[in-house]
Design a protein around this ligand. Structure first.
Ligand code: FES
Length: 368
């Protein structure tokens, strides 16, 4: 019995010099070499003391209340998502998107916040604090290992002749230098720079050609039928149609690329709701306005139009533009309005009198 106690409690070697086995539950011999020895890292005041039961009960009630609040906010999130946001066209309708985001985001934030505060109070008020020391073995190499490494390194260097043969050393460095530049060269694989190609569309070229023939501008043709559009054909307020410059398919180089850039939406905005932008008062014909169809966020087609609000909607990330007000952004991640195409009328046909005044599509670093 006495031998068992002696073995468990003592770290000293036996009398014959053999080390003692460590008994589970006894302090580790590594404690002596711990990075943070106990004396250097004293337990904070109060550690291990009995907690005051009254204040512990009070803290417990506060924590439980916060958890209940988190529960209620999470349930509110689910109820709102399933129920209320389904009304009036659903949460993805542009009327309710802002309200839905506000409620869903607010409830989720409230839930996380209440839970986080509750857990913090629980840890700080109801748990005892004590230092925890992670024991680590010595990481430093022994002086013998360091000396052996140094000797091997110097021997290898001397053997290779790199110190004695500067010609070899320098040409080796020269050969390795371009490899460091290789990743920069690979950047070219990201594709060609857009340069000036996004600044202009086929509208500008077609308008120029039409003006050289003494005409006011280039006619708008309906995408799909290529039929020139008369003002009288597009007289109903609230209508939207996709148009292209006349002759683009026959005359443009790389016609598909040019069509992709020139694609334009034509909208008939009721005259009493139309707010022409300053300097663009004559860019519309009786409320008929033309905007680039390419979303200024990342270039999806802004192809949805809501007649009651006159909002143009991009389905990719919900950017919304106001057709009555120079296609300004009213919602979503797009940063710029859709570029507007100046319109006029010639022989009863709708014509464009110039190219878009700014680059179409997403922003890019060369936009300037
Ligand atoms: S591409 Fe239109 S909103 Fe993103």
């Amino acid at each position: 019995m006495s031998e068992t106690n002696d073995t468990a409690g003592s770290q000293e070697p036996r009398e014959d010099g053999t080390p003692r086995e460590r008994v589970v539950g006894t302090p580790s011999p590594a404690a002596d070499s711990a990075l943070l020895a106990k004396e250097e890292y004293p337990a904070p005041a109060g550690a291990g003391e009995e907690l005051d039961e009254r204040s512990a009960k009070r803290a417990e009630r506060v924590v439980a209340s916060l958890f209940l609040l988190a529960f209620a906010a999470s349930v509110g999130f689910i109820v709102y998502f399933i129920g209320w946001s389904g009304r009036d066209g659903g949460m993805h309708g542009i009327h309710r998107a802002r309200e839905s985001n506000l409620w869903l985001g607010g409830l989720m934030a409230l839930s996380f916040m209440a839970m986080a505060i509750g857990v913090t109070i629980w840890v700080r008020r109801l748990m005892s604090s004590k230092p925890i020391v992670q024991e680590r073995h010595e990481l430093e190499a022994t002086p013998e290992d360091r000396a052996a490494f140094s000797a091997a390194f110097m021997e290898g260097a001397a053997d290779s002749g790199i110190t004695k043969r500067p010609l070899l050393r320098r040409t080796l460095l020269l050969a390795a230098a371009p490899l460091g530049l290789a990743p920069l060269v690979l950047l070219r694989d990201l594709g060609p720079l857009p340069e000036k190609r996004l600044r202009h569309t086929y509208w500008g070229e077609a308008v120029k050609a039409a003006k050289e023939k003494g005409r006011t501008g280039v006619r708008l043709v309906v995408d799909g039928t290529n039929k020139p559009l008369k003002v009288s054909d597009f007289a109903s307020p609230g209508a939207m149609i996709t148009v292209l410059p006349e002759g683009i398919e026959e005359n443009a180089h790389h016609a598909l690329n040019e069509i992709a850039k020139a694609v334009t939406i034509l909208i008939n905005v009721p005259a009493d709701q139309f707010k022409p932008a300053k300097g663009r008062e004559n860019w519309h014909v009786n409320g008929i306005v033309a905007y680039s169809k390419i979303c200024t966020h990342v270039g999806c087609p802004a192809a949805l139009y809501e007649q009651t609000t006159h909002h143009i909607l991009c389905p990719c990330h919900q950017s919304t533009f106001d057709a009555t007000d120079a296609a300004k952004v009213v919602f979503g991640p797009a940063a710029r309005p859709l570029p507007q195409l100046p319109l006029s009328v010639e022989d009863g046909y709708l014509v464009a009198t110039a190219d878009f005044p700014e680059p179409i599509g997403p922003s890019f670093w060369e936009r300037g």
